[in-house]
Design a binder for this molecule. Structure first.
Ligand SMILES: *Cc1c(COP(=O)(O)O)cnc(C)c1O
Length: 396
């Protein structure tokens, strides 16, 4: 008798494109931060589907709003006004001081929108030849041909030539280098993740972000902040840039925004709010009422008190792991954490899965992106197991 997992593994390998190196687990259901696989095994989830299920699985408020909206109106297109979308946009603007929102369906699309708006801003004002967007080495901005160009990692610049032109990469945290490249007359903007997520949970230096933003603002180069992973409460503030003391021109976000449904958003400030005018950009699904209704239940709960609890849980995880056998260090903010270990992160992940704990990797680190409301006792239990796994592997 083969297990259900083995059966689904065979079918997956037969019919699904081979783009993912999957772990040998097939999840069937969950509740909050607990997951169960098709063979009935229970797990504590510290990955939340890569930072997506911000309030866990089958969260009561989220499920109720989604169910209600499916009965009211599942889709209407952007030819008409849509209440859940309006409510969400107003909330996002009031939470950030940004002025307008464009909704899309993913992180890559939210960045694509930032990129298009930055180029149009510059073209409207300065004409041709000022279209280059600077991004950081080791960044990750998405998988479309254009957002791959934006991504500052050479491994992503293969196979799919020709890539979209007009991107330059500068090292993170090197102020002089960034200012030098921003000085070029063909540059219109810089795009940065406050914490490089896929790049290994590497927070940028506050001084760097501030110096670059100041220089960019003084020279009318736009500052585009990619909050796809860091946004929507993940780091203990509504958006991570708010902890860096800057005011971006454009902010893109996705992952946790709708708590498990596909949704991206691009936010524009005073200066950029009118760049995308009628016909300049569009999407069929963007701002879909079900996704927007779902997102409203997420952002509504990101109160200062709740965000403090996210920070406190992050500090708790650090306090449990710092100085432990096999742990070199922990980076990140709030509940976006990267653990550098003396052992192979891939082995840690596999061993944790065996023991019923779901963790992620980012480069050579073990990455944690638990649901923002993970119960304290589940967090403690899972981190205890993670610590034991790291120590065991370090000893063997
Ligand atoms: C995940 C991610 C993206 C891409 O998002 P998709 O929804 O997969 O298109 C872009 N930027 C950052 C910082 C991300 O973490």
């Amino acid at each position: 008798m083969i297990t259900k997992t083995e059966q689904f593994e065979q079918q997956d390998k037969e019919y699904i494109a081979n783009t993912y190196g999957r772990f040998n687990v097939c999840f069937e259901k969950g509740k909050g931060s607990l997951l169960w696989d098709v063979d009935g095994k229970e797990y504590i989830d510290l990955g939340s589907g890569i930072g997506v299920t911000a309030f866990g699985v089958d969260d009561a408020e989220w499920s109720e709003a989604v169910t209600k909206q499916t009965h009211a109106l599942n889709h209407i297109s952007n030819l008409y006004y849509s209440l859940p979308q309006i409510q969400l946009a107003e909330f996002l603007c009031k939470a950030t001081g940004m002025k307008k929102v464009f909704f899309s369906n993913s992180g890559a699309e939210s960045n694509e929108c930032s990129i298009k708006a930055a180029r149009k801003y510059s073209h409207d004002k300065y004409g041709e030849g000022r279209h280059v967007i600077v991004t950081l080495v080791n960044s990750f901005h998405g998988r479309t041909i254009t957002t791959l160009s934006a991504t500052g990692q050479d491994v992503f610049h293969q196979h799919f030539f020709p890539f979209t032109e007009g991107f330059l990469h500068t090292p993170a945290n090197d102020i002089d280098a960034a200012i030098e490249v921003l000085t070029r007359p063909d540059v219109c903007a810089i795009m940065m993740e406050p914490i490089q997520g896929e790049g290994g949970v590497m927070p940028l230096d506050k001084e760097f972000v501030q110096a670059v933003t100041k220089f960019a603002h003084e020279n009318d180069k736009l500052v585009l902040i990619d909050e796809v992973q860091t946004g929507n409460g993940r780091t203990g503030s509504f958006y991570a840039y708010q902890q860096f003391g800057i005011e971006p021109d454009i902010v893109s976000t996705a992952k946790g925004l709708a708590g498990g449904l596909p949704m991206g958003a691009t936010l524009f400030n005073e200066k950029t709010q009118f760049v995308l005018n009628a016909g300049a950009h569009a999407t069929t699904f963007g701002g879909n009422p079900i996704c927007a209704a779902a997102a409203n239940t997420i952002v509504n709960r990101l109160t200062p008190e709740f965000l403090d609890s996210v920070k406190a849980k992050g500090e708790f995880v650090k306090s449990m792991l710092v100085g432990k056998t096999g742990v070199i260090g922990i980076s990140g903010m709030g509940l976006m954490l990267g653990i550098e270990t003396t052992v192979d992160a891939k082995q840690v992940i596999a061993k944790c899965l065996e023991k019923g704990v779901v963790v992620l990797s980012a480069k050579n680190k073990v990455r944690l992106l638990p649901a923002l409301n993970i119960p304290q006792e589940q967090l403690e239990k899972a981190i205890t197991i993670l610590g034991e796994v790291i120590a065991e592997l370090a000893h063997s």
